[in-house]
Ligand binder design. Structure first.
Ligand SMILES: [Zn+2]
Length: 463
């Protein structure tokens, strides 16, 4: 058994049921699980490893609920910089079609490096193109080497242009193969135990890139094995028009028709979900991955997040793919969520007195979405808060940083309101992934060089 003691924490944000914030706090950890949380003087005095986090704020590791790691290879592609979703996709599909297993492996590490440095300890990813022999295995191997928990979504596209879908036929796959590969991945990797490092999710890409039949069959398979379901939904008005015209339903109605609602389903974006449909989310337990930067970047719209929260809908934060953000800074994304909710409140004419926070999102609420909220969306009860029995997934910020100068009266809110900085420590299951601001499991400079070479090859092939 190995033990770890974290002591002298200036402020320990637990995110437990009563949202305790403990001054001069600490945690005692055994084999990656938290045994005790409290004041430093209430904890054992020694352990195999002791970390003194004086002057630091410690909080649960952030949970990313939506991403496409491979898109770190195609950030800021000029022709896709100023396009809306459908045109952005049509520009990028042919570039992505040239990826190899190495592109998947290297780009996964790039995204996870950015995520870990910005406080993420559990990341969900949605990989839906498998060109040139690529597979989800390449991504899982990279995540294991980085030491970050992964919910790997086996995405898919089967509705090519010739059948009325959006993607070119060259990037869609045969449905029988998709389902077979999904089953293989679940049987090979899915671990549902507490402390699990890898879980598999089935994730047909979107209503405009797969058939209803594949959605139905994927749901059946996922439920046979007890794995979660994920897809993009109601991201743009174009999509609403598409599903109405092609299937005769609004996006959520189409999902209901396909048996794609329930506690085991979460949707990315969910912007064009009307009042009545929000109640369907609340009543059936569907979760939402809110991706504010991507929604702004692609001019998609503003998701009704405060309305979801008021109805008790599960909401987490996602950075979304790095071709539509164009970064993976999860703490920044929590800040964007807070800001964008305020833009929406302003547009709707909410009057803010400073005492009634109902129409807006507070800094603590943004952190809650990024921690507890994300864990709920991913169906995890062992992460998202720091309390006895949970995984020792935590992050630490040194509050003596320039970003926080003058904000010491409320360090918890400062982490969200002030310039989003990188962490000083990220621990996953009691093991360091970032220590003193540096990645433990990656030679970053060499890695960036390699990533840029691969990215250049991809883009040059399109010239
Ligand atoms: Zn996405």
């Amino acid at each position: 058994m190995s033990t770890l003691l974290i002591k002298n924490i200036a402020v320990l944000v637990t995110m437990d049921a009563t949202r305790r914030e403990i001054e001069n706090g600490g945690m005692f950890i055994e084999d990656g699980f938290i045994k005790k949380v409290g004041k430093t003087d209430e904890l054992p005095e020694s352990a195999d490893k002791v970390l003194d986090l004086k002057d630091h704020l410690v909080m649960p590791g952030l949970v990313n609920t939506h991403h496409h790691f491979y898109q770190t290879l195609t950030r800021v592609v000029p022709a896709a910089q100023d396009a809306n979703l459908f045109n952005w996709l049509k520009t990028l599909y042919p570039i992505w079609a040239r990826m190899t297993p190495e592109h998947i492996y290297i780009s996964t590490k790039t995204a996870l490096a950015e995520l870990a440095l910005s406080g993420c300890t559990t990341a969900s990813d949605h990989l839906y193109l498998f060109p040139n022999g690529s597979s989800l295995d390449d991504e899982i191997r990279a995540a294991r080497e980085m030491g970050v928990r992964l919910h790997a979504s086996r995405g898919s596209m089967s509705l090519g242009e010739s059948k009325g879908g959006l993607p070119p036929d060259s990037v869609v796959d045969d449905e029988e193969f998709i389902l077979k590969d999904s089953q293989r991945l679940i049987e090979t990797y899915h671990d549902a135990q507490p402390g699990s490092m890898v879980q598999i999710v089935l994730a047909p890409c979107s209503p405009f890139s797969v058939t209803g039949e594949l959605m139905r069959e994927s749901a059946k398979l996922a439920r046979e094995y007890g794995v979660q379901l994920h897809t993009h939904l109601a991201e743009t008005e174009d999509e609403v028009e598409f599903t109405k015209e092609k299937f005769g339903f609004r996006p959520l109605g189409y999902m209901q028709e396909l048996d794609w609602v329930g506690e085991d389903v979460w949707f990315a974006h969910s912007i064009y979900i009307n009042d009545e449909e929000r109640h369907v989310y609340a009543d059936t337990g569907c979760g939402v991955a809110h991706c504010p930067s991507s929604n702004m970047r692609l001019a998609s719209g503003i998701a009704p997040i405060r309305e979801y929260m008021q109805l008790g809908v599960k909401v987490g934060i996602g950075v979304d793919g790095s071709a539509s953000n164009d970064g993976s800074h999860l703490l920044e994304e929590a800040r964007q969520a807070m800001m964008l909710a305020r833009v929406r409140a302003g547009i709707e004419g909410a009057s803010l007195s400073g005492s009634d926070t109902a129409p807006i999102m507070t800094a603590r609420q943004a952190l809650e979405l990024a921690t507890r909220g994300g864990a709920e969306v991913l169906g995890r009860t062992d992460i998202g808060s720091l309390e006895a029995g949970k995984c020792a997934d935590f992050i630490a910020f040194n509050m003596n940083d320039l970003s926080y100068a003058g904000a010491q009266h409320d360090p918890v809110s400062a982490v969200v309101f002030c310039h989003p900085k990188n962490v000083d420590y990220t621990y996953v299951h009691g093991k360091p992934v970032v220590e003193k601001g540096e990645l433990v499991n990656l030679d970053l400079q060499n890695h960036i060089r390699k990533h840029n070479q691969l990215a250049n090859n991809l883009i040059e092939g399109s010239r």
